[in-house]
Design a protein around this ligand. Structure first.
Ligand SMILES: C[S@@+](CC[C@H](N)C(=O)[O-])C[C@H]1O[C@@H](n2cnc3c(N)ncnc32)[C@H](O)[C@@H]1O
Length: 273
């Protein structure tokens, strides 16, 4: 039954995907309203709430998020803090020293609702003067349309504001030995999730994608992957083991700043020297 369902899903996704590529839906005018950021962590109480507020305050100051804080929705601001905290923990645990000029790819950014935190984290991690960040997002399905009738790319443009980053509207392909860091926030590990998202089966080749990532890392480059749920996390570790990569950080992100149904797991890996 599962097989039949997947076949039907695949037919439909293949058709829709081709249609989206052909239509390239986009609409101007998307702007996010600012919302007051008081009591952002009212899902916690007592000491945990206090800890969340202190962490948010530190991240805001250390990563210069004042402007973003003044023109974002509450939920988007909090999600950004969560991504920033994951990034910081990953760099701390893996003992990463970022170079002065940083080439970064983010594979599958979708509508890039977390790009402000990502860019701020890359710019300011461990230093007081901003580093040069060359950040490129690669999205295979940029014209997916949401119920608001804005596309993924419309949302991404609105989230980017005036950040100097690139959003490539295509699948990631090998760029040999180029990137200091490659991020994959919630890549598909299982075909059922890939199909449920609306992509054709032909686009699903997780090991091949990770092999491209491996080949695209600069000599001291690292890949940072975030997965949801233990099953995905374990399968992801297996992917990197198969490719002979060395895992240098492996942890579960806490729910201090954001609570999700499925736990978030982070891996950082590099090529064996
Ligand atoms: C689950 S979403 C993750 C979105 C986002 N990174 C996040 O943190 O919520 C996975 C995204 O990867 C994109 N994708 C899948 N395969 C890809 C590939 N080979 N190259 C670029 N993007 C890809 C999908 O279209 C989708 O937008």
């Amino acid at each position: 039954m599962d097989k039949l369902w997947q076949t039907l899903q695949n037919w439909r996704n293949t058709l829709d995907f081709q249609l989206r590529k052909w239509v390239r839906w986009r609409r101007n005018g998307l702007i996010f309203e600012n919302q007051i950021k008081d009591d952002l962590f009212d899902f916690h109480s007592g000491v945990k709430k206090q800890q969340a507020e202190q962490t948010a305050e530190r991240l805001l100051n250390q990563y210069h998020l004042e402007l973003f804080s003044a023109c974002s929705t509450r939920i988007n601001f909090r999600e950004n803090l969560f991504y920033l905290s994951m990034l910081e923990n990953a760099f701390d645990i893996a003992g990463i020293n970022l170079p002065a000029t940083l080439n970064v790819a983010d594979i599958g950014p979708s509508h890039w609702f977390y790009v402000q935190a990502l860019y701020a984290g890359l710019t300011w991690y461990g230093i007081n003067t901003p580093r040069q960040v060359n950040l490129t997002g690669y999205e295979v399905d940029p014209y997916r349309v949401f119920s608001s009738f804005y596309s993924c790319w419309d949302y991404a443009r609105a989230h980017l504001r005036d950040l100097q980053v690139t959003y490539q509207k295509e699948a990631f392909k090998t760029v040999p030995h180029h990137f200091d860091l490659i991020c994959m926030f919630f890549p598909f590990v299982f075909v059922k999730d890939h199909l449920a998202w609306g992509l054709p089966k032909g686009q699903f080749d997780p090991l091949n994608l990770r092999e491209s990532v491996r080949e695209s890392l600069a000599p001291k480059g690292v890949v940072l992957v975030v997965n949801q749920g233990l099953d995905e996390h374990l399968a992801e570790k297996e992917n990197f083991n198969k490719l002979g990569m060395k895992i240098i950080a492996d942890f579960e992100q806490d729910d201090l700043l954001y609570q999700y149904d499925l736990k978030r797991f982070v891996l950082v890996a590099k090529n064996e020297e």
